[in-house]
Design a protein. Structure first.
Length: 242
């Protein structure tokens, strides 16, 4: 299996080096892979740290946004540049465990004959966040599942494994990374959730405020509902002559 690992980062200078080392250690013995780190307009030493790491890791590619465009755009930039058909994404804050990429890949290989399996989504069943963040995440996930019926317990988990071509066929909008399972299902794909590890953040701080995330989530949720209602999945058969 060949995997392109896409990691969007913004002001994560303290997490970069250890995260790159962990990804390489997890994947090196098992897979052909590349690491695409997309620096989304960082104002700290993130880009400098990436350049230094590239001297040690030949699998590392660096893409740079001159101004911050957001996590979804950074992911889209990385996926567009990727050379392999399977994409693994994870957050740049170190809370996702790179070893779980192998866990998702192993689950995919158990279904390798299934043409409809387009995504495997990480499920942080034991969150390492404070009580308020846990509550707000559970609340948001329950509302989203009720409205979108995506049967995915944790769409906010940054750790995912999906097909590059299917992702690039989806209509792009900001924050699409939080609704990927619903969008995949709406276009005819299958999504499997897999329990993954979730670690405490050791350095830096979250880029999202609870209120900001809530307001953006409401607007985006309405947009996804609109897109789903205007999509259709035709059943196609080819008519032969005679």
């Amino acid at each position: 299996m060949q995997i392109s690992v896409v990691v969007p980062v913004h002001n994560e200078q303290e997490n970069i080096e250890s995260l790159i080392a962990e990804i390489a250690a997890a994947l090196q013995p098992l897979y052909t892979f590349e690491m695409i780190f997309v620096d989304d307009g960082s104002s700290d030493a993130t880009l400098a740290k990436l350049k230094t790491a590239a001297l040690k890791y030949p699998q590392l590619r660096i893409l740079h946004h001159q101004v911050c465009c957001g996590q979804s755009r950074a992911i889209h930039t990385g996926v567009s540049a990727a050379q392999y058909s399977w994409i693994a994404t994870l957050d740049g804050d170190g809370q996702n465990d790179p070893a779980d990429i192998c866990k998702l890949a192993e689950e995919q290989q158990q279904h390798e004959n299934s043409e409809s399996l387009w995504m495997l989504a990480g499920f942080r069943h034991k969150r390492n966040d404070n009580g308020w963040r846990k509550f707000s995440s559970r609340f948001a996930n329950s509302i989203r599942q009720k409205i979108l019926q995506d049967n995915t317990p944790d769409t906010g988990c940054g750790l995912k494994l999906f097909l590059r071509d299917k992702f690039l066929q989806l209509p792009y909008f900001d924050h699409i990374h939080r609704f990927l399972p619903a969008m995949i299902l709406a276009t005819g794909g299958q999504v499997i959730s897999v329990k993954v590890n979730h670690r405490p953040r050791n350095h830096g701080q979250s880029k999202y405020g609870t209120l900001d995330r809530l307001m953006a989530g409401i607007i985006d949720l309405l947009g996804v509902v609109w897109l789903k209602k205007r999509s259709s999945l035709p059943k196609i058969t080819e008519v032969t002559r005679g």
